[in-house]
Design a protein around this ligand. Structure first.
Ligand code: SF4
Length: 505
């Protein structure tokens, strides 16, 4: 199978950079459903532009290239060990080429060896089948949406929907509750794979399997087909919208399957996938490893964005970093800003570090970006940004308020919003939270004009290091201001009221 390595590298590269045909179709339709000029409408325009850029440049759609998960079907007699080794070698090469971010971290030491290999990484499931070809399916599901997966054990109480019993109405309540709880943190508008039944492990596996169904298919079980439709329709009345900005497009697809269960158990497992729904497949010749055909791939994809430039409205507020208190006190929730100047990245490891240590750079007035970029070093030792969208900010909630107070930071940039402790600190010190568009990693990479330096690269690894960036026209929405207002809190409470209205009387 001399072609196997190349075929697998091609599969990984295409999956990371070229959104599947069925996903493009529903995303394109969604753009027309949001009000022109609304925050969600502008976010969808930026997402569509990002999809085009990723394909054109063959660069990652999102900087979080997720946990590579392969499902492999082999004819009887094919050597699965050889396939597994080829997958590992293709993963390593794709990581070297910057198609995958080094995402595999030792859970005990916190070390990132940088190659996306290690215990549990990548995930590979093998099954034999009666066909002559090898089928390899791959999904790259990032951490932001993976953290929004949910599993329920019925019966359960799910306020404001009431008791979820062991029947399809109970399943409906679990799924709707999961969507409301996710808000925009999993980079809505999202897609759901759901499994009814199984045990705790097979339930989650079954839910992820559903993500490999074509978005245009119809569930062969009529009652599940009805439920899938009802979920998408009702979820889009919750008002969460793209990125949780409020709007009419919250969910783009829902696929539900069922497995037998133990009499004592009734699990409902929900796998939430962000808009950057990256999954493709190939059928390989079992003698040569050559690709015979692709699955889900957009062969000659249509342009997703109406224009070539970054979608702006002309009403954006232009700001230069470092920011003054007066700059940020002027800003209100809903304002869209374009940032210019220095910006620093910082995620979990840096926030924890800053709690008890000094910063290696002066952060007075700084913009701190919750981002773990994909970076590549050239032969001259210069770093280049390959993908740089925001990460989920709520993880930094235990640290953010203290870091804001200690260092005089004026803008925190991320996605999905933060909690009450951060909101109070923003008000106290005069700072804002800016929501960037999750997954728009190519758009933001384009906005980064220089890499001025890096700290903690050895200690924390590429995604967690503190990168010193210089940005131009970096677009973000003020979703938490310095006057105690939070768009996230408003959308969350309004969507909870609407969820309650969906409960049967
Ligand atoms: S689009 Fe959002 S949730 Fe999806 S992988 Fe990227 S950052 Fe994570």
């Amino acid at each position: 199978m001399n072609q196997l390595n190349d075929s697998l590298l091609r599969l990984i590269t295409e999956t990371a950079t070229n959104l599947p045909a069925d996903v493009r179709k529903v995303l394109g339709r969604a753009g027309k459903l949001e009000r022109e000029g609304s925050r969600s409408g502008q976010a969808l325009n930026i997402i569509n532009r990002n999809v085009d850029m990723a394909k054109d440049r063959e660069q990652p759609l999102c900087q979080d290239t997720g946990m590579p998960t392969f499902i492999v079907h082999t004819p009887v007699g094919v050597n699965q060990i050889q396939i597994k080794l080829a997958i590992h070698s293709a993963i390593e090469e794709a990581t070297r080429q910057g198609k995958l971010r080094p995402n595999s971290v030792d859970s005990i030491t916190g070390k990132n060896a940088g190659l996306n290999l290690g215990p549990g990484t990548p995930v590979v499931h093998f099954e034999q089948w009666e066909e002559n070809e090898i089928e390899v399916l791959l999904i790259l599901k990032g951490g932001g949406c993976e953290n929004k997966n949910a599993q329920y054990s019925l019966p359960d109480e799910l306020p404001p929907l009431g008791r979820a019993d062991r029947n399809l109405e109970g399943v409906y309540k679990c799924i709707m509750y999961a969507v409301q709880q996710a808000q925009g943190q999993g980079c809505s508008a999202g897609f759901l794979g759901v499994c009814i039944g199984g045990d705790r492990t097979s339930g989650y596996e079954g839910a992820k399997q559903q993500l490999f169904r074509d978005l245009g298919d119809t569930n062969p079980m009529p009652e599940l087909a009805d439920l899938e439709e009802r979920i998408v329709r009702d979820a889009n009345t919750l008002g969460i919208g793209t990125m949780g900005f409020g709007g009419g497009v919250t969910l783009l697809g829902c696929k539900i399957g069922a497995q037998n269960r133990l009499p004592a158990s009734f699990f409902v497992s929900v796998a939430y996938n962000c808009w950057a729904f990256r999954r493709l497949g190939v059928r390989l010749d079992s003698q040569t490893g050559e690709i015979n055909r692709w699955m889900f791939r957009a062969e000659n994809p249509q342009r997703m964005a109406a224009d070539e430039g970054i979608p702006t409205t002309g009403r954006e507020i232009v700001l230069n970093t470092p920011l003054s208190e007066a700059d940020v006190r002027e800003l209100k929730v809903g304002d869209v800003v374009l940032l210019n100047g220095p910006m620093y990245t910082g995620r979990d490891a840096l926030h924890k570090y800053l709690m008890t240590n000094d910063s290696p750079v002066n952060l007075e007035g700084a913009a701190l970006y919750h981002c773990g970029p994909v970076m590549l070093k050239d032969e001259d030792g210069r770093w280049h940004v390959k993908a740089a969208g925001p990460t989920t900010s709520i993880r930094e909630e235990p640290y953010q308020a203290e870091v804001l107070r200690k260092f005089g930071i004026r803008a925190v940039i991320g996605k999905g919003g933060m909690g009450k402790r951060t909101l109070d600190a923003l008000t106290e010190v005069g700072a804002v939270y800016l929501n960037a568009i999750g997954g728009a990693a190519q758009v933001y990479a384009e906005n980064i004009t220089a890499v001025d330096g890096v700290d903690f690269l050895e200690e924390f690894g590429i995604p967690e290091a503190m990168w010193h960036l210089r940005v131009k026209d970096f677009v973000a929405v003020v979703t938490m201001d310095s006057h105690g207002n939070s768009l996230h809190a408003d959308v969350e409470s309004e969507s909870m009221i609407r969820l309650g209205e969906l409960a049967p009387a």
